[in-house]
Ligand binder design. Sequence first.
Ligand code: ZN
Length: 313
Amino acid sequence: MKLLEFTDKFPDEQSCKEAFKAYRLKQGIVCKKCGGTHHYWKKNREEWECKKCQHRTTLKSGTVMQSSKLPYQYWFIAMHLITSTKKSFSAKEIQRQLGHKRYEPIWSMVHKIRSVMGLRDDEYQLKDQIELDEGFFETVSITRDKSEPLKRGRGSQRQTTVLVSVESKDAGKSHNPKKHGKTKQVRYLKMKVVESLKKEEIGDAVKKNVEKGAKITSDKSTSYVDLDQDFEMNSKVIPKKEIPKALPWVHIAISNAKRLLLDVHHRIDDDFLQNYLNEFCYKFNRRYFGDLFDRLLVAAVSYRWNYLGETHG
Ligand SMILES: [Zn+2]
């Protein structure tokens, strides 16, 4: 969305709140207690009351904003900034733009937004022809009490492994590789942080991300040995100079993601790498979709955020 259009549509807190409510109503309010879908709107309390069991649902509950004390307008501005660029904004920069005193709530808001982007993409599996490989991202590992994710401890450098799968297909005869560079065209991609390259873990991650029966091209790796039960595997030892031809998009995606992350965030905390990748993939997968703000807002009212891989209702 263009900036003027955004400020025109959402000039203040009230307009953001009303839009948020309208988006929720469009999704439908479902009572957490009895599953009822008919509600009264209690204007003075700004919550819905189930017609069947009287259970109340606040405007924010069950959405990304649940338990947030920040104004709706902050969330809208943050979502606008994040979707208005192919690159990204650091939480620090968004804090500066909002002129908010404290960093932590802004940091947390931005990560919740990224987490919702990941949940949205998790609803889709890649299919047909897949390129698969691992990337290694420089991160910082911070020893911390998990209940206090922001406590700054000393960090040690490490490499975090990311499983990258890309849906790509042969570009076809009409495609001129001299002009367009690649012999394959890319559609969607997924990047998932994995703890290890153990075949069980990789197997699970691939099955989650790729539709059964898809044709997977990969380097020959012991991590992939079990995949041929569910997928059509085309894995061979690929000499380094052949990689750009055999797995072009997976490597372009990895280097673009690394460059972007480093450029915007400098130091990546390994606990939150997945969230940064969520944002990267979400935008990449929707690069031809036009306005992403509306889509992100739909996701924001549809999901509760997902903290460090735990799924909340
Ligand atoms: Zn109910």
